[in-house]
Structure formats: structure tokens, C-alpha cells
Design a protein around this ligand. Structure first.
Ligand SMILES: [Zn+2]
Length: 338
């Protein structure tokens, strides 16, 4: 048995793989997760099965399926900027009641993230202002639990709100993203070991429990110091992840344009998009000066979860907060209540 080369082989091996799993796992899990585990383990059934069962156990233990995610239907406060999607309005992060204090603290130290449109193959694009991260404070003022919760919330938002649209738009199953780390403004101050450990915690979660969710990762404007840092990170990443990472210097524009249409790529990365309708344009840089930082109020509870406790609890009872409903379902709900 090896890696299948045709669609028919893929389907046949997937059916065989299902026979080896407990029936409840096959029934409860989406088929794409089975395929991600198979791809991530080069179709070794034993390894794929182990990863799948570990993932189910982890999701149950962490209550991942009941985590709330913001949509334009449930109107929960959003955790990061978005541009160009159907199920969430174009939005920037702002302080709102219901968001936890830890989320606000984290977002004062990261440089700015935005889910920004799709690449040529239909994968959603995440752009990160890596060069503006305040690694020192992120390392010392945020716990690994807090940053992990934020990362899981971001992954679930991507999987439930943006990926269904990507799949529908592309007419085929899409469950991985294209990421751009823009190192513009990066300096040696940012290489802090405590921040590196956070990065390791995130890499561990994503590689273990979100297999094959990375399509391509471009690191652009990478300074030579980044190459040194990358040597520290490399051993934390599995070979399949490493294959997908492209570290590019200042001459990156033509590479990005090979994979992303100019109208979907921000002007500051060599494309034509400016998102003039939004403050901060395509990917707002989060406040750098301490006087401009987001301020938590008494409405922002000091908990390690991304939202306040009442929203976390409400999501346990109300599926419209934790899953993406179709527009027809929303209409039916509105109709029956009114
Ligand atoms: Zn834009």
C-alpha cells in the first residue's frame, strides 16, 4: 500500500481505511478530516488512525466542537480582521463587550493578521504582519494556554466560516490555507526565546490536531536574522510542513503573483488590492505605541478563553453560535421566531 495516485485509488483506499475505524468515528467526522490524516501520514493506515483517534480525544477534552465562532448571522465579536468573504462582513478587530481581556492583551502584541480573499486555486489567504509582532511582551505577558486558546479559536473560525465558502466557490473540497508572513520591519529584538516557546506550542497543536491545513506558507522580506531563527524552528516542524514553506527575501513579488491574482493581493505585497473601504487598508497594523493600544474594560472578563464565560456557555446550548448555519437555515429560524 502506498500513496494513491488517482482519484479512484484515493476513494478505494479511503473506503478501506473506514473499515478499520470505529463506526461512530466514521459517522461523526467529516470525510475531509479522514483524508487530511491519511495525507499527513502518507497513507499509512495505522499512523493515520492513531492521529485521528488522538484528534477526536483532544477535541472532546477541549470541547472544541462547542467553541463559538463569529459569523455575520450570529453577530459575535470577531477576533481578527477579514476581507472579502460571504459569511463574515469585512471587519477589523475592535474592543467589544464579550471579548475576554486575554484576547485583547494578545492582540496588543501581535502585529496584525487578516484573512484576505482567496489564492488562484481557491485557498483562503492569511496575511500576518510578522515584522510588527512584539515578541518580548507576547513571550512574557501571555500564557501558553491563552495563546493556544486564541489559535484554536482562529482555526475553528477558518474551518467553519471561511473553508465552507472556499469549497463552494472552488467546486471541490478545500480545507487548507495559504499564509503570508510579512517580515517588513523585523528586527533582532523580536527573537525572544519565550516567544519561540509559544510558537512551538502553536506548531504542536496545528501539526497534531489540524493536519494538512497548510497549503503554502510564504515568508517574505525575510532578513538574514530570520534565517538564524528558522534554524531554531525547523526541528519543530515535520518534513511535510517544511516542504510547504517558501522563505523569500525582498524579491518575492513575482513568486506571490504566480499563486495569487493581483486583485486579491495587497498592493504592499506587490498586488493591486488596497481595501480602501476599510480603516488600515488590506491588513491593518495593530497599535504600536502604548498610548494607542486596545484598552480592556470591566466588560472584558479576565479568563483564558477568547470570549467571556457567558458567551462560552451560551455556545454549549445554542448551536448557532458554534456552527455555521446555511442561509436557508437562518431564514427558517428568523421566520419561525417572527
Ligand atoms: Zn485588500
Amino acid at each position: 500500500m502506498g500513496v494513491p495516485t488517482t482519484l479512484e485509488e484515493r476513494q478505494q483506499l479511503l473506503d478501506e481505511f473506514k473499515q478499520t475505524l470505529p463506526p461512530t468515528v466514521v459517522k461523526d467526522l467529516p470525510e475531509y478530516l479522514l483524508l487530511q490524516c491519511l495525507d499527513g501520514n502518507l497513507w499509512n493506515f495505522n499512523d493515520a488512525k492513531q492521529q485521528l483517534l488522538d484528534t477526536v480525544e483532544w477535541r472532546t477534552k477541549m470541547g472544541v466542537d462547542d467553541l463559538p465562532v463569529a459569523t455575520k448571522y450570529n453577530r459575535l465579536p470577531v477576533l481578527m480582521a477579514c476581507r472579502g468573504y460571504r459569511h463574515i462582513e469585512d471587519t477589523n478587530f475592535t474592543v467589544q463587550p464579550g471579548i475576554s481581556e486575554s484576547t485583547i492583551r494578545i492582540l496588543n502584541y501581535v502585529g496584525g493578521d487578516c484573512f484576505h480573499k482567496f489564492d488562484k486555486e481557491g485557498h483562503p489567504i492569511l496575511i500576518d504582519r510578522t515584522g510588527y509582532h512584539d515578541a518580548k511582551h507576547l513571550g512574557s505577558h501571555v500564557t501558553s494556554e491563552e495563546i493556544t486558546n486564541y489559535q484554536v479559536a482562529a482555526n475553528e473560525f477558518l474551518n467553519r466560516v471561511i473553508m465552507p465558502e472556499a469549497t463552494e466557490k472552488a467546486g471541490q473540497s478545500i480545507h487548507s490555507e495559504t499564509i503570508i508572513f510579512d517580515c517588513t520591519h523585523m528586527s533582532l529584538r523580536q527573537f525572544h526565546m519565550s516567544a519561540m516557546y509559544h510558537l512551538k506550542a502553536i506548531a504542536d497543536i496545528v501539526q497534531h490536531y489540524y493536519p494538512e491545513t497548510l497549503h503554502r506558507l510564504f515568508v517574505v522580506n525575510a532578513p538574514s536574522a530570520f534565517v538564524v531563527m528558522f534554524k531554531v524552528i525547523r526541528p519543530w516542524l515535520n518534513p511535510r510542513t517544511l516542504e510547504k514553506i517558501h522563505v523569500l527575501g525582498s524579491d518575492y513579488q513575482s513568486v506571490l503573483l504566480k499563486y495569487i491574482d493581483p486583485e486579491n493581493l495587497p498592493e504592499f505585497l506587490g498586488g493591486q488590492c488596497q481595501c480602501k473601504h476599510m480603516p488600515g487598508g488590506c491588513v491593518p497594523i495593530l497599535p504600536q505605541k502604548s498610548s494607542d493600544k486596545f484598552q480592556a474594560t470591566a466588560d472584558n472578563e479576565k479568563v483564558a478563553t477568547v470570549y467571556n464565560t457567558d458567551i462560552m456557555q451560551a455556545a454549549l446550548k445554542d448551536k448557532s453560535l458554534s456552527s455555521l448555519l446555511s442561509e436557508d437555515e437562518i431564514k427558517a429560524m428568523v421566520g419561525s421566531s417572527g
